[in-house]
Design a protein around this ligand. Structure first.
Ligand code: PAF
Length: 286
């Protein structure tokens, strides 16, 4: 595995890789890799012959008072895992390489509307930071395909919209959430949980699964199932930011006749903010 830290070196290495590999896949990460990231890398191989990964904790997507400083940085262990996973090229840029003119002078990319709802409403500016860095990384690496985890469902949809709106030719692929045996979605932030909180954390996925079952079996309407799930989470000590059933295509609230839905939740447990979602299908009307 080659490692590069500058844009100039990245471009050189990517051209070399391209000469050997007709199709290149890219997996952008913020490091502290877990089995979910490694699954993205593994799936990248299904789409391409060369795999490029980046590790960059992007300051632009963290708000004031968020966990930018605390975010776990484990580059040595991450590199070893990526090497074993057969990654061809690892990009480890500094802030100056990603934002050469500085973070405030940087041209930004923002998808209007969907960036401001759900996680975007709770974390203003977060998605602008995400789409800005992903746009720049996609332009630098110029992959044929890029893979994103569907745990960050809203992020995945926003990146798809950005790529479509800007006429970028990369294919964006979403990969199903990797979970611990008890259902907890894998996330770098799970490391913030205390032992006691780690025991409670799977209740987020359990609440979403129950909501899905209640709606799909026609036992509860959307509003009632949302209220039940919120109450269950609160009773277990979560402080939910939101729990909402939306349309899968655009995350708008569903209207009569919408069938393809997704229930998304973000909830705080102690100092950890957990995210999860489940896709569900509204039962058909007779
Ligand atoms: O999902 C993440 O880890 C980040 O938001 C991403 C896509 C690497 C952009 O910084």
């Amino acid at each position: 595995m080659d490692i590069c830290t500058t844009v100039a070196d990245l471009k050189r290495q990517v051209s070399g890789l391209r000469a050997r590999c007709p199709r290149i896949a890219f997996v952008p990460t913020m490091g502290n890799l877990h089995a979910g990231h490694l699954r993205l890398v593994e799936r990248a191989r299904d789409h391409a012959d060369g795999v490029v990964v980046s590790i960059y904790v992007n300051p632009l997507q963290f708000g004031p008072g968020e966990d930018f400083d605390a975010y776990p940085r484990t580059v040595a262990a991450d590199s070893a895992q990526l090497r074993s996973a057969g990654v061809d090229l690892l990009f480890l840029p500094s802030d100056a390489e990603v934002y050469p003119r500085g973070q405030t002078a940087q041209t930004f990319v923002e998808v209007p509307g969907m960036s401001d709802i759900l996680c975007g409403a709770v974390r203003p500016g977060h998605f602008r930071g995400v789409t800005t860095v992903v746009n720049r990384l996609l332009n630098l690496v110029a992959p044929d395909v890029a893979l994103f985890g569907k745990k960050d469902y809203q992020q995945w949809l926003l990146i798809r919209l950005m790529v479509e709106d800007l006429g970028m030719s990369v294919k964006i692929v979403g990969i199903d959430t990797e979970r611990a045996a008890d259902g907890l979605a894998l996330s770098s932030r799970n490391g913030y949980l205390s032992d006691a909180e780690r025991q409670i954390a799977p209740a987020l996925f359990a609440a979403l699964c129950r909501l899905k079952e209640r709606i799909e079996q026609g036992r509860a309407g959307v509003g009632q199932a949302e209220a039940e799930a919120l109450a269950a989470l609160t009773a277990q000590g979560f402080r939910p930011d939101y729990l909402s059933v939306r349309r899968r295509a655009d995350l708008a609230p569903p209207v009569r006749g919408d069938r393809k839905l997704v229930a998304l939740a973000a909830a705080r447990l102690g100092r950890t903010r957990l995210l999860d979602n489940v896709e569900l299908d509204m039962p058909g009307q007779e």
